[in-house]
Design a protein around this ligand. Structure first.
Ligand code: COA
Length: 173
């Protein structure tokens, strides 16, 4: 991905997440896009990049061969929200991970949105399990049948995502 594509995606997330969270999420998106194994899925509307979702590897330390991903961030430009773009991002993203042979995808997010696409709360660990004060916000979607139940133990996200504050749900509304 070239620099201007990365900047366009980062700017999309900055706008989608608003003035408070946006700048930090935009920096995170930029860092993710510089990682070799990041999967990026975008939706265009009339030549404008309207939505984007990123998936980065999540490693189970005791199961290094499991191909798991973390979904974050998922954003749609404010003027394009509520028009089915989030749905398209989720459906296209999940299909793309499946076609790569992924075993499961995890997300820390609003419990209202992700269950529409098959995500359900999971008892697997986040990288900082002690900071998960809202267990229903940590969800998983199995992509390879039977892949999820055997997974256990410590998880590690990509380096830019290993800051504890990203995993602390005590600030959620
Ligand atoms: C959340 C977001 C990605 C959804 O994208 P969108 O294009 O607005 O969503 P869609 O129009 O495809 O809506 C899909 C469905 O999800 C619902 N939905 C949208 N945003 C939702 C939210 N925040 N919580 C719960 N449900 C939501 C819609 O009502 C719709 O339901 P329907 O199919 O029954 O009508 C987008 O609103 C966004 O970028 N928000 C700001 C950033 C953010 O909060 N990202 C998620 C962080 S966990």
């Amino acid at each position: 991905m070239n620099r201007s594509e990365t900047e366009t995606i980062a700017e999309l997330h900055r706008q989608a997440f608003g003035p408070e969270e946006g700048p930090e999420i935009a920096r995170l998106a930029t860092a993710f896009l510089a990682q070799p194994d990041t999967v990026s899925v975008s939706v265009q509307r009339g030549g404008t990049l309207a939505g984007n979702v990123l998936f980065t590897p999540l490693v189970f330390q005791d199961h290094p061969d499991a191909a798991c991903y973390l979904l974050a961030p998922c954003g749609v430009l404010p003027g394009y929200q509520g028009q089915g773009i989030g749905k398209e991002l989720m459906e296209t993203g999940i299909a793309q991970l499946k076609s790569r042979g992924a075993d499961a995808v995890f997300v820390l997010g609003v419990p209202g949105f992700y269950p529409r696409y098959g995500f359900a709360p999971t008892d697997k660990q986040t990288p900082y399990p002690d900071l998960l004060t809202l267990p229903e916000s940590w969800m998983a979607l199995e992509l390879t049948p039977g892949a999820l139940p055997p997974l256990s133990g410590r998880t590690i996200a990509v380096a830019p995502f290993m800051r504890p504050e990203f995993w602390d749900t005590s600030a959620y509304g």
